[in-house]
Write a protein that binds this ligand. Structure first.
Ligand code: ADP
Ligand code: MG
Length: 383
């Protein structure tokens, strides 16, 4: 893929481009914890967006999408382009300029193998690849942390997606064989080993689109906030669910509605599962880690209630298959993928089993995507 992007640049715009890559991501555990100021555990994957880029000395930048086979010419001092894919690049440039960067016009060709809209965050991969590339090319001196913020603000201000910072963070800070425990309150992070010998990480796409996700997301947010507000009336210094323990929640249970209690209990438990899971990773105990993944799915399905029948169907087969160490829905819910940690020896048989049973039940065959934990944003050398 990287050679194809590089060669396309040569063909279109001539020699001398530099090549950069930034990956998509998975999240092993820690769902709906980010906006409750808890922890998430993402990792970069071996699927990337590649950007070949070179200053062009002109007024306009020329952007070519390899996968859409489309070129646009954009004045970075002018209006936002029409095409959404071009807005990601335009947005990154604007966010950098807001922070004092001077960026001359450039030519670029980009494309990659992060599946679009599958919950692997191809958009963060694109922002991070472009941000990393411009930063290196023009010597702008932004830290990886700042580049993550620039990507996040690109989504907020130029795409209209009010996302957290996890996806960009994973794309920029990822390392081969490591997961990133990100504290969403302080933005401090710690890497943990993730090298399960003889195991694979596989995503199974439920093929359900998240149509409920944004409305229900707001409902969950306010239910969790309502629970926090009850505890905060009694306990000083409570600002978010991060400060609330199960003991506090149980003490004031009678003052909150049953749904708020369940939502809060899920988040508190999910943070616990994640922290215990990280301790297990230090010891290489992937069986224990997998159990926490199953627990996460159970909580998302029963306590937080953001799963759907198709996701539960897949997670249920996983739970009853020997050699599947863990599985859970990944992402906001109401559709998207189930992430699985599976022993290599049973993996093909397991995936065949899920596909045929899912097809029998829902009349569609889910696609599966195998991923390996890979490196974050980087420059790529071409021989
Ligand atoms: P995801 O969950 O994959 O991030 P999004 O809808 O947030 O899904 O982002 C997908 C969008 O990002 C696409 O519609 C496109 O505008 C842009 N994009 C991602 N990957 C590519 C690519 N390889 N080529 C062109 N545009 C891309
Ligand atoms: Mg996205």
């Amino acid at each position: 893929m990287n050679t194809r992007i590089f060669n396309e640049f040569k063909k279109r715009f001539g020699a001398g481009a530099q090549l950069y890559a930034s990956p998509g991501r998975v999240n092993l555990i820690g769902e709906h914890t980010d906006y409750n100021l808890g922890f998430v555990l993402p990792a970069a994957i071996d699927k990337n967006i590649y950007v070949a880029i070179k200053p062009n000395g002109a007024t306009n930048s020329r952007l070519y999408s390899y996968d859409y086979e489309m070129e646009v010419s954009v004045d970075m001092n002018g209006e936002k382009p029409e095409q959404q894919w071009a807005c990601y690049i335009y947005g990154v440039v604007q966010e950098m300029k807001k922070r004092g960067a001077k960026i001359d016009a450039f030519d670029c060709v980009f494309g990659g193998d992060v599946p679009l809209g599958a919950g692997l965050s191809s958009s963060a991969a694109l922002e991070s690849a472009v941000g990393y590339a411009l930063n290196d090319l023009y010597g702008l001196g932004f830290s990886r942390q700042e580049l993550a913020k620039i990507g996040q603000m690109t989504e907020h201000n130029y795409i209209g997606v009010r996302c957290g910072i996890m996806d960009q963070f994973a794309s920029l800070f990822g390392q081969k064989g490591r997961v990133i425990r990100l504290d969403c309150r302080s933005l401090e992070y710690e890497l943990f080993p993730f090298e399960p010998q003889g195991c694979r990480v596989v995503l199974i796409d439920s093929m359900v689109k998240h149509s409920l996700a944004s409305s229900e997301y707001n409902v969950r947010r306010s239910q969790a906030e309502a629970g926090v507000a009850v505890v905060a009336k009694h306990v000083p210094g409570i600002e978010s669910l991060r400060d609330v323990t199960m003991e506090m929640l149980d003490t004031y249970k009678n003052e909150m509605d049953a749904l708020s209690y369940r939502r809060c209990a899920y988040v508190i438990h999910e943070n616990q599962r994640l922290l215990e899971g990280c301790e297990a990773l230090k010891k290489g105990d992937y069986e224990f880690f997998g159990e926490k993944m199953f627990g996460s799915h159970e909580g998302l399905s029963r306590e937080y209630e953001v799963s759907c029948a198709e996701l539960d169907f897949i997670a249920d087969i996983a739970r009853h298959t020997d050699g599947v160490l863990g599985a859970r829905m990944m992402g906001g819910g109401f559709g998207g993928c189930v992430i699985n940690l599976v022993k290599e020896s049973v993996c093909d048989a397991y995936l065949d089993d899920v596909k045929s049973r899912f097809n029998h039940q829902y009349g569609q065959t889910p696609r599966t995507i195998s991923v390996v934990i890979g490196d974050g944003a980087r420059r790529v050398e071409i021989e």
